[in-house]
Design a protein around this ligand. Structure first.
Ligand code: HEC
Length: 115
């Protein structure tokens, strides 16, 4: 193979690999899927707008997802709370029910609630 041919091969393979590079391929969070997940699994406790006014009350109380107490926490902390749950509260670990992507989507949806 001559040099020009090699450059063409490199260019073609490079172009083909771009979407595979992590981060590049990881698309935006899917808000409509986040909404579906929220309505199915979270709304009953957290309420339609995340204010912790769902159908059932608990002790310790359901977090208000629009409060500064929650929103102060970095996304990585909130993702972990959803993934692993909160000890000694009714907030379950969702890691067996939801994929990492679904957890990311539902958090993105939560962050769209009016504050
Ligand atoms: C059975 C009721 C219940 C359900 C269902 C529920 N939560 Fe919670 N959630 C709670 C309670 C109670 C807390 C407050 C925990 C605490 O005091 O730390 C909480 C707290 C949180 C927090 C704040 C965590 C933090 O670190 O401050 C987030 C975010 C959250 N829930 C998201 C979700 C999502 C997403 C779902 C659905 C996949 C969900 N919750 C389903 C009861 C529930």
């Amino acid at each position: 193979m001559d040099f020009r041919m090699q450059m063409i091969v490199v260019a073609v393979i490079g172009w083909w690999l771009v979407p595979v590079i992590p981060g590049h391929a990881a698309g935006e969070a899917n808000l409509s899927r986040g909404k579906q997940v929220y309505e199915k699994y979270c709304l009953a406790c957290h309420g339609p707008q995340g204010r912790g006014d769902g159908a059932t009350q608990f002790d310790p109380p359901v977090a208000d997802l629009t409060s500064s107490e929650v929103l102060m926490k970095p996304d990585s902390r909130l993702l972990r709370s959803i993934h692993d749950g909160r000890t000694n509260t009714v907030m379950d670990a969702w890691k067996t029910t939801l994929s990492d992507e679904a957890i990311r989507d539902v958090l993105a949806y939560i962050l769209t609630f009016p504050r």
